[in-house]
Design a protein around this ligand. Structure first.
Ligand SMILES: Nc1ncnc2c1ncn2[C@@H]1O[C@H](COP(=O)(O)OP(=O)(O)O)[C@@H](O)[C@H]1O
Ligand SMILES: [Mg+2]
Length: 320
């Protein structure tokens, strides 16, 4: 059967906010507002959007590290939040995560062997120490490090090498899905390219599926097949990466793309100098209303839903 590897259906996530008054109903912050996504096996799916739009919240929910307020996440057709704890524990070997900060995400007191071998503890049949060591040695070579590096501590490595260690740890259980949340964002540009190339080689070799999260559009354009643009916890545009970058239709995606610096003065993109009409935003309005230069009365009264337009999904009444 050709089912998607990951299916996210109507996911909402609310975070409680502090009360301002004693008898006030506890206010909440809507970090995710009804996200639907399907990620097919062997593909790379990009998620972009500015800081605070809900990307990491979505990543944690897909990894079953956090529960959604509503909605469900299916992995290979199994509803992650409706599984017995032991089943979920065993399923975890199939999806792993690589985090942004290579300095914060590796335990400084553990040697590389212990760090990389850690996810193996979730396996149904535990491995012997010798088997673990073997596997760690192999995977370190796969990510471009040396077998002997397993006896070192994280501080002995550079940022790029640490991210290779994090990738080795994610790969050790031979997962089918890797969620990379800003995985190269803290690295220098040249090191970024090396780590991205490694990830793409590993994808081909192990038939991996990636969910690639980044605020950096050029990274997502480089590595993904499909991309979803998130604004305030909602997908506002989605489609094939090539098409979406060539022809963004949602005004927010266009703003994001215009914000990418262009160093060539001859091709400098036109700055966004359009006047933004002033509309009062209300509960029903389009979330992008107060930043949009294309807004009309319709956008004040209704939030547009995602609609297909030549293979691209756009949530905008005035998409071009
Ligand atoms: N545990 C939490 N409690 C309250 N608010 C949170 C929590 N985690 C995230 N948020 C808020 O949710 C929003 C989305 O956060 P996040 O998913 O980390 O964004 P991104 O990864 O896109 O930068 C942010 O406004 C953030 O402040
Ligand atoms: Mg984040």
């Amino acid at each position: 059967m050709n089912q998607p590897l990951v299916k996210i259906q109507g996911v909402y996530k609310d975070y409680p906010l502090p009360k301002k008054y004693l008898f006030q109903k506890a206010p909440v912050f809507h970090a995710l507002n009804g996200v639907n996504l399907e990620v097919n096996k062997g593909t790379s799916f990009g998620i972009v959007g500015e800081s605070g739009c809900g990307k990491s919240t979505l990543a944690r929910i897909v990894m079953a590290l956090d529960k959604p307020t509503a909605g469900k996440v299916c992995f290979e057709g199994r509803d992650l939040f409706n599984l017995p704890a032991a089943r979920l524990r065993h399923l975890r070997r199939n999806f792993q995560m690589v985090f942004q900060d290579p300095y914060g995400s590796l335990n400084p007191r553990k040697k590389v062997l212990g760090i990389v071998a850690e996810p193996l503890d979730t396996l149904e049949d535990p491995l012997s120490f010798a088997e673990k060591k073997d596997r760690v040695g192999q995977i370190l070579v796969e990510v471009g490090l040396n077998t002997t590096d397993m006896n070192k501590f994280p501080h002995e490595f550079s940022g790029g090498q640490r991210q290779r260690i994090a990738i080795a740890r994610a790969l050790i259980t031979r997962p089918s899905l890797i969620v990379a949340d800003e995985a190269v964002s803290s690295l220098d540009v040249s090191v970024q390219a090396q780590v991205l190339n490694l990830m793409m080689d590993l994808q081909e070799k192990y038939k991996l599926t990636y969910i690639f999260i980044s605020h950096d559009l050029s990274v997502v354009e480089y590595v993904t097949d499909q991309v979803a643009v998130i604004y305030m916890g909602q997908i506002v545009e989605q489609g094939a990466t090539k098409d979406l970058f060539q022809r963004p239709r949602h005004p927010y995606t266009q703003t994001l793309l215009r914000a990418v610096p262009d160093v060539n003065p001859l091709t400098k993109k036109q700055k966004n100098r359009d006047r933004i009409p002033l509309f009062e935003k209300n509960h029903d309005s389009c979330p992008f209303l107060d930043r949009c230069n294309r807004a009309t009365k319709q956008c004040v009264d209704n939030a547009p839903k995602l609609r297909e337009n030549q293979g691209q999904w756009v949530a905008c009444f005035n998409a071009r």
